[in-house]
Design a protein around this ligand. Structure first.
Ligand SMILES: [Zn+2]
Length: 155
């Protein structure tokens, strides 16, 4: 899947792995090992035996969808439900932190106005509820309300 789609799925709360440039064989092994569903627009990938035998689940993205539509297609196609957001950068879990703990990394204005702060348990990136987060929430809600045609069968 593309990096942008992985980031959106993580914000949506979906545990999403993305490794740029990974070879198909390595991708299949990784997905089998971690019991993941493979999302890709690469039709050739889904001709592999593991998909034909349903040993590995996959969702084939139609070619040419824009990011927003890809996101909606995957959410509807896999029947995903919004959960607590994960780190968009690394897929780590976000943990709530106190304002005083992030005072040195959050801009002063945001430190005053933001309602909540979270830190990634893996990479340490800090997130807070600001205008950017409100835009993300609006997209999440519009995705949940939109209709997208999607099929689970990758073939
Ligand atoms: Zn992170």
């Amino acid at each position: 899947m593309c990096a942008g789609l992985a980031r959106w799925l993580r914000v949506f709360g979906v545990d999403s792995s993305y490794q740029p440039g990974i070879k198909d064989a390595d991708l299949v092994h990784h997905a089998l090992r971690e019991h993941r569903v493979v999302v890709s627009a690469d039709g050739k990938l889904f001709e592999r035996r593991v998909f034909v035998t349903d040993e590995l689940a996959g969702l084939r993205l139609p070619v040419g969808l824009r990011l927003y539509d890809q996101f909606g297609y995957v959410v509807k196609g896999l029947g995903l439900h919004a959960d607590a957001a994960r780190c968009a950068l690394c897929n780590g879990k976000l943990l709530p932190v106190q304002r005083t703990e992030v005072a040195d990394v959050v801009p002063a204005r945001s430190l005053i106005w933001a309602r909540g702060f979270q830190c990634c348990s893996d990479c340490g990136h800090t997130y807070w509820e600001g205008t950017h987060w409100r835009r993300i929430r609006a997209v999440r809600e519009s995705i949940l309300g939109a209709k997208f045609g999607a099929a689970r069968n990758p073939r």
